[in-house]
Design a protein around this ligand. Structure first.
Ligand code: MG
Ligand code: MG
Length: 274
């Protein structure tokens, strides 16, 4: 058996995290159909909470560090940790929806940045590059590599496009606790940091700003926005190391099915495709 001291999980534990991660994936798939002009983030939050509870799970964010809702909903210049409210979404918005669940004592936690109606070319590129950086990071999450290899892959891809990589917020290990060690920064140096081992499970979650990497924390104690009010994007997957290689436990496939998008972006990382 692996020791939890070095963050390794057993196959049985990984399967339970997979179940939770996939429930988040299915929740995001349900939300994908609802995200349109005029809908409020509180309405989305209610749909998500009901779906999660109907599936014998508990919303993972609700009450975690006293967060008031089941989803973090972060439109446009909000980076992460936005609180659902009564403001209707507008055509052209981008919005990060981050969702967590707790089931069988294990957490799942992942996020997608959605488009509302028709968005600008600049925002399309921001979403595309941020998502690409997520897969470049996942590709480095393998036995023998280090935390800095993932961060470097994400950072170098995004900075090539002059985007800002948020420093203050990072990915994390996940298991019986939502935010476990190791911290997984979206920046770093090749060959530096904690070494990855078989059975580790992490959330990799680039938070990428169109311009400055600087952020502001708002007075509500939660909402984070970019310092210059330019947009920010956020994508997150839960990934395990199995047979030395990265295997995604979450998937965007339910979102893509809902939106009629064809994608093979997960093919190297997902057992759906193996
Ligand atoms: Mg998350
Ligand atoms: Mg997370």
């Amino acid at each position: 058996m692996f020791s939890s001291m070095n963050f390794q999980k057993t196959i049985e534990e990984i399967e339970l995290i997979r179940e939770s991660a996939l429930l988040v994936s299915r929740t995001l798939g349900i939300l994908a159909k609802e995200i349109k002009e005029g809908v409020t983030t509180l309405q989305l939050d209610k749909i998500a909470e009901e779906f999660i509870r109907d599936n014998d799970a508990i919303p993972g964010f609700l009450g975690l560090y006293d967060f008031p809702n089941s989803l973090c909903t972060s439109p446009n210049s909000q980076v992460v940790h936005g609180i659902p409210n009564n403001e209707p979404l507008k055509n052209g918005d981008i919005i990060s929806i981050d969702c967590g669940v707790l089931k069988n004592e294990f957490y799942g936690d992942h996020a997608y940045t959605f488009s509302v109606g028709e968005i600008s070319e600049k925002n399309k590129k921001l979403l595309q590059i941020t998502k690409e950086s997520l897969y470049k990071g996942i590709n480095e999450f393998k036995a023998g590599n280090r935390v800095g290899d993932v961060g470097y892959a994400i950072q170098s891809h995004c900075e090539k496009h002059n985007y800002g990589v948020v420093r203050e917020l990072v990915g994390h290990g996940i298991g019986k606790v939502m935010h476990e060690k190791p911290e997984m920064p979206n920046y770093g140096k090749r060959g530096y940091g904690k070494r990855f081992k078989e059975g580790m499970v992490v959330a990799i979650e680039p938070m990428i700003n169109m311009k400055t990497h600087k952020i502001i924390q708002h007075a509500d104690g939660w909402t984070i926005t970019t310092k210059d009010n330019h947009p920010s994007a956020h994508f997150e997957h839960n990934v395990a190391i199995i047979n030395g290689k990265p295997e995604m436990l979450s998937t965007f496939k339910f979102i893509y099915e809902a939106l009629g998008i064809k994608s093979d972006e997960e093919k190297n990382f997902h057992n759906f495709f193996r």
